[in-house]
Design a binder for this molecule. Structure first.
Ligand SMILES: [Zn+2]
Length: 264
């Protein structure tokens, strides 16, 4: 409730109706400002007023919200999150539905588990080379262990370096560290996929994991940190090079990114 009232206060402030603190407390100043909004009945319970106001504000900005009924349902909740995002970032939320995310394929990565894939990358564990990383990573399971190089497939090495170089330019090392983008879960590792029998893309050295602690295998975008809007640019860096995020495309295993396309 506090978070909702804060949003209300922020919008009232923008409208020039409120000069108090953005503290999430529905005090006399907030109450008075609210009473000046058309469509808000000050006799209503505070929760109803707040909900109606959020619905009205969303609608004013063209956010689809359903009826203005003062009742907090899933549509109102989605509208609220969108509204909150726009106030913070000054623009609509980037798309997150997998079919809205277009990933180009400039390096012509093959589709995983196809004959084309085998021809492109060869046998598991072949053509593995050591590459320098543009900034220091640390092992997620032992944060004292610094990583300046990693083993990967020779065919993805240049692309991998370009991605991380771009990440470094966009985020800077301070934010990389703050966002745990340097928490590395590994690249080349010959093993089966977790909870499965097929070989993991890690077995060819064409997949990497990041921040596994906060992006656990079965977590969806409601829990996985890498699904947060702060990481939008991060994913764009990978996707510009054709890499596929299982999180972005399948909404699980958000730690994982790979240089192979998925079967549609
Ligand atoms: Zn992985």
């Amino acid at each position: 409730m506090k978070r909702r009232i804060k949003l209300v206060q922020q919008i009232l402030k923008e409208k020039g109706l409120y000069r108090g603190a953005i503290d999430g407390i529905f005090g006399p100043l907030t109450r008075r400002a609210m009473a000046q909004i058309e469509g808000i009945n000050p006799i209503l319970p505070i929760t109803r007023q707040v909900t109606r106001f959020i619905q009205i504000s969303a609608k004013e900005r063209g956010i689809s919200i359903g009826p203005i009924d003062g009742l907090w349902g899933p549509r109102t909740n989605a509208g609220f999150l969108e509204l909150e995002y726009r106030l913070k970032h000054g623009e609509p939320q980037p798309p997150w539905r997998p079919d809205e995310i277009e990933v180009p394929n400039p390096n012509r990565w093959p589709v995983q588990r196809t004959r084309e894939f085998d021809e492109f990358f060869g046998a598991r564990g072949s053509q593995i080379i050591l590459v320098d990383l543009p900034y220091e990573l640390k092992l997620s399971w032992d944060l004292r262990a610094k990583v300046r190089r990693t083993r990967c497939h020779a065919k993805v090495a240049d692309s991998l370096q370009r991605v991380l170089q771009k990440v470094k330019e966009i985020y800077g090392e301070e934010n990389i560290s703050k966002l745990h983008l340097d928490h590395f879960g590994g690249c080349y590792n010959e093993r089966a996929i977790r909870n499965g029998t097929a070989w993991s893309m890690h077995s060819w050295g064409i997949a990497l994991d990041f921040d596994p602690t906060r992006n656990q295998l079965n977590w969806g975008r409601d829990r996985a940190r890498l699904a947060h809007p702060d990481y939008h640019e991060w994913w764009k860096c990978w996707e510009e090079e054709g890499w596929i995020s299982l999180g972005r495309k399948r909404n699980f295993d958000w730690m994982h990114v790979q240089a192979a396309r998925l079967q549609e």
